[in-house]
Write a protein that binds this ligand. Structure first.
Ligand SMILES: [Zn+2]
Length: 78
């Protein structure tokens, strides 16, 4: 079971123009994203590393949860 944050909606405030940008995690993970209002480029390397780490931990957590439930199957829709 692979859990992914890619389709989760995010709201980020641009550090330059203070406008709110609503996009999915997948959008922010891509290279070379810019603010649609002022073209300020976003540095997303650290964000991607954090998301990868969070995804890994979530998957481990779900696996443990599944083990603790024994034969019961869980499904989490995102
Ligand atoms: Zn901006």
């Amino acid at each position: 079971m692979a859990f992914s944050f890619d389709n989760l909606p995010l709201e980020i405030t641009c550090p330059k123009c203070d406008k709110q940008i609503k996009e999915t995690v997948r959008w922010f993970k891509a290279d070379g994203r810019k603010c649609p209002f002022c073209n300020q480029p976003f540095e997303t390397t650290g964000f991607r590393r954090g998301m990868d780490e969070a995804t890994k931990r979530t998957n481990e957590m779900l696996l443990n949860l599944q083990k603790s439930l024994g034969s019961l199957k869980i499904k989490i829709d995102v």
